[in-house]
Design a protein around this ligand. Sequence first.
Ligand code: NZQ
Ligand code: ZN
Length: 387
Amino acid sequence: MQNFIYNIPTIVYFGKGQIEAIGEIAKKTGKKALLIYGGGSIKANGIYDDVVRLLGQEGIPFAELSGVEPNPKISLVREGVKICREEGVDMLIPIGGGSVIDTAKAIAGAVSYDGDPWDVVCDASLIKDPLPIIVVLTIAATGSEMDYAAVISNAETKDKVELDHEGLIPKYAIMDPTYTQTVSHYQTIAGIADIMSHVFEQYFLECGDTYLQDQFMEAILRTVMKYGKIAAEHPDDYDARANLMWAQSWAINGMVSCGKSGAWVCHPIEHEISGFYDVTHGLALAIITPNWMRKILDDTIVNEFVSYGVNVLGIDPDQDPFAIAREAIDKTEDYFHELGIPARLRDIGVPDESCFEIMAKKALGNINGAYNPLTVEDIVDILKASF
Ligand code: NZQ
Ligand code: ZN
């Protein structure tokens, strides 16, 4: 097991009605808030009204930044930074999913920087005194409410860049599973695939004996696969939504990677796909993941695939290890298809293969130190097999 530092400082308010605490939380965090949200779901399902009422009861003034799109753009971050300065905002309240939270994180990091916020996205060392963040989570997917990452796109350059900084970990996260009951089937299944990918990125590494972390990851995968199916079929099922919501935090909040770190691979590849074509993160991950697994399967990692196949998917252990591994990969792909995830990148908005080589070169720059090193050709193969 490698050395590690463990620090997961987010204070979580989990369950029905926990939003009632937001006024009190905001009061002890700052004097003026910026509410950040997306295209309107929080107005349709009533969350916006609750937040406005509760901040009002505590006399907390706020400004607003709306219109965050999936694969959030730097242009809106720039706007948010401007509002914070003009309005004297000293805390951020993103209400939404990963795109909204990541927009808040980028604003939090860029407010005290004089130049273009894109500089900060590309260089976390420019961050000084980030603003505190209080998340109201509305979808189970990225785990951004409890981690240090923000992923921001630049539509002009087609770059989608991950910014990592410990100061961006949200101070509070309000997580009410009933909020996720209005998430569409499409976004629900994309979220399920995203959570599973977060675990896969950390599970298929050989870093000595990390039994505890591996058991945690297997438990997260079993939980997500079981309750993901239920939530996809029965969106109002509270227990399914609650189990998914809690599992997604633990998939990425740093706990399962203690002693087991290595560069992620599918995410940098996917970030190129959505950077170029603005496709849905979780769906692209689900499509490329089985092809990545087929590419990295070898003697050094086959035991991890056997553990996954036997402990998560219930495959008969009395077989040749490679047969178990291949069956595990096929079953993973089948699970995504059963959820309703399209089979090919061409089905989700990737028009052709013309940019695969440039995408592969850019992705490779972000997967240095991966356990199973890939070449540009390997990544192009994965993309072509997925197209
Ligand atoms: O915009 P609105 O109207 O709110 O609708 C949103 C949006 O269209 C909708 N939605 C969210 N909550 C809802 C709801 N609709 C109905 N009811 C609700 N309760 O869902 C749509 C997608 O929202 P988005 O925030 O984009 O989804 P997600 O949480 O999957 O975030 C994806 C983004 O996060 C990045 C991805 O790359 C992508 O840009 N990631 C961030 C990570 C991080 N910060 O740690 C890690 C991830 O691996 C990922 O890269
Ligand atoms: Zn992800």
